[in-house]
Ligand binder design. Structure first.
Ligand SMILES: [Zn+2]
Ligand SMILES: [Zn+2]
Length: 97
C-alpha cells in the first residue's frame, strides 16, 4: 500500500558520504549504485532509501497574447497561460534538442 509517487528521471536524491559526511546529490537512477565522493574520493553506496528531491528544470517564457511571464518545465511543448488561458507552444531553447 501507499501512494505511488511519479519519479521523474531528472529527480535527484540527497545523501551524505559515510566517510566524510559531505552532503551529496545524485540522479535518482543511481540509487543503490556506488559513486565516488568528490570530497574525500571514497567510494560510497547510495542508499536505496534516500530522500528524493524533486528538481525539475524550468524556464520562463512570455505569453504571446498578454505577455504574462509563465514558468514551464523544460521538455514541455504546450502550456496554458494562467492569465488569459491561451494555449501556447513552448519554443525550444538552444540547449534542448
Ligand atoms: Zn566523502
Ligand atoms: Zn496570456
Amino acid at each position: 500500500m501507499g501512494s505511488k509517487v511519479a519519479v521523474n528521471s531528472d529527480s535527484k536524491i540527497s545523501f551524505t558520504c559515510s566517510q566524510c559526511n559531505h552532503f551529496l546529490k545524485a540522479p535518482v537512477i543511481l540509487k543503490g549504485e556506488r559513486v565516488n565522493c568528490p570530497e574525500c574520493n571514497g567510494t560510497i553506496r547510495i542508499p536505496r532509501k534516500s530522500s528524493v528531491i524533486i528538481e525539475r528544470k524550468t524556464k520562463m517564457i512570455r505569453c504571446d497574447y498578454c505577455h504574462f511571464p509563465i514558468k514551464v518545465e523544460v521538455g514541455k511543448h504546450i502550456t496554458t497561460c494562467p492569465k488569459c488561458l491561451a494555449k501556447l507552444s513552448v519554443p525550444l531553447q538552444k540547449d534542448e534538442q
